[in-house]
Design a binder for this molecule. Sequence first.
Ligand SMILES: *[C@@H]1O[C@H](CO)[C@@H](O)[C@H](O)[C@H]1NC(C)=O
Ligand SMILES: *[C@@H]1O[C@H](CO)[C@@H](O)[C@H](O)[C@H]1NC(C)=O
Ligand SMILES: *[C@@H]1O[C@H](CO)[C@@H](O)[C@H](O)[C@H]1NC(C)=O
Ligand SMILES: *[C@@H]1O[C@H](CO)[C@@H](O)[C@H](O)[C@H]1NC(C)=O
Length: 494
Amino acid sequence: MPRNRTPLCYSFLLTLLLFKLCIICSSSSSPHKPTSTPPLPILPLPTYSQLKWQQREIIMFLHFGVNTFTDREWGTGQENPAVFNPSGLNTKQWANVAADAGISLMILTAKHHDGFCLWPSKYTDHSVISSPWKAGKGDVVQEFVDAATQQRIDVGIYLSPWDRHEPRYGHDVAYNEYYLAQLQELLNKYKNVREIWFDGAKDPKSQNASYYFSDWFSMVKELQSSINIFSDAGPDVRWVGDETGTAGYTCWSTINRTSLSIGAPNISQYLSTGDPRGTDWLPAECDVSIRQGWFWHKSESPKRLSELLDIYYNSVGRNCVLLLNVPPNTTGLVSDDDAHRLKELRSAINTIFSKNLAEDVYIKVSSQRSGEFGPEKMLDEDHLWSYWAPSGDDGEEDHWVEIWSNDGGLRFNVIRVQEAIGLGQRIQRHEIYVDGKLMIKGTTVGYKRLHRLDVDVVHARVVRIRITKARGLPLISSIGLHFDPYWHSKITVN
Ligand SMILES: *[C@@H]1O[C@H](CO)[C@@H](O)[C@H](O)[C@H]1NC(C)=O
Ligand SMILES: *[C@@H]1O[C@H](CO)[C@@H](O)[C@H](O)[C@H]1NC(C)=O
Ligand SMILES: *[C@@H]1O[C@H](CO)[C@@H](O)[C@H](O)[C@H]1NC(C)=O
Ligand SMILES: *[C@@H]1O[C@H](CO)[C@@H](O)[C@H](O)[C@H]1NC(C)=O
């Protein structure tokens, strides 16, 4: 330490000492005063793994396999493994692209419907073993897991139940044994898988084939307990019911699993909205591709930034997680076009949400539960366990929050509301008034609700968020007024 710094150091220490003494004085003169307790939760509640998943907001799917080389979306199962030769495969590039886009979980198609395995499965030779890539000695799944781990990105796996190559397909016991063997192989070999993805796709000619989902799911949880299982019917994450990246305008994380079955044709609508009376916590994931197809095709290009932002508002902004597919090309790399677009998306999201106009102005609330539940809790960084709670004990009263700027200085076009979902999803209906005028008639909120106004921008003095119906006391963990410079509404207002 340079000598001339010493006096500063001493004075700092002296201040610290005095400060400590003060704390001791004040705590000895007034003994620990208990604060009031948080309100009771409203069931069902998320699990720890579901909460972690929800906070990821955007996760990445990577469709890669023989289809990448044959220019198809669904392989036939008859592909010659010799076609699989990604000469410049570099999973570190995949992970860098994801990291640059602020993505914390990547899911790889270990096997798609064509049955070709990206890892050297001991149960089939229809895999990387029979390909020219790395002379049959490579393992894409291992390289994927290693690269992700290095970037501190979590991994997920998709193993298609429908297998168009495997001759045992359609022979129930034999095929389910084969599938389960591969599932065990993957989950034993690759650790800390955070999400495993199942769909119910079947050969149209073998509609009577059965998948033993309960056996599979039990085995998954036995091998890796902190994993989230995704399927039409959960048990941890549900499909949103479409592949456009759009959740229902109303979207509950709660639903009745007894009304769902994987691959059922009558559940799409129910999946997209969920159920306010649902007995299971089963939040929705919106899967969509950055391009038209799931696999890479030379003829396709990424969606425009404005389309991706629409998708973001309609998925993450409606209480869901967005699973965005970014397909590696035949070289084995994410195309520059896609990487560039993803970076633009992240930078746009950061631009829009880095400034919250509600932070520096006056906030008024209808009432406040005593204790640590004041309106300032809606403006801190904690979007789960720190929240404003009104007084009273039900959702029938009129609860509201007002954001005031007396000089009319609120210039925004996006309103963000978040619920403390750790205590259950509650809000059923809400309204937003800007300078007394009703602008939004909203429904559910959940982890995050984003409303983009129908106008490019408003200048306002006061914004009121009214909770008009809730399953009990509404608990709001965060609010925000933001300006989205990328948004150009079709409606023009003077
Ligand atoms: C499914 O139906 C086909 C023909 O209709 C039959 O050959 C096959 O054995 C059936 N599979 C099962 C699992 O019942
Ligand atoms: C779909 O149909 C099945 C079988 O008829 C039924 O049990 C289930 O409740 C239905 N689900 C929905 C959401 O309508
Ligand atoms: C879901 O279950 C609850 C509780 O049993 C029930 O009240 C509700 O009507 C169910 N929802 C549907 C759509 O059946
Ligand atoms: C795949 O993407 C990389 C990185 O953008 C690019 O250098 C390569 O040319 C692409 N391969 C093909 C076949 O387009």
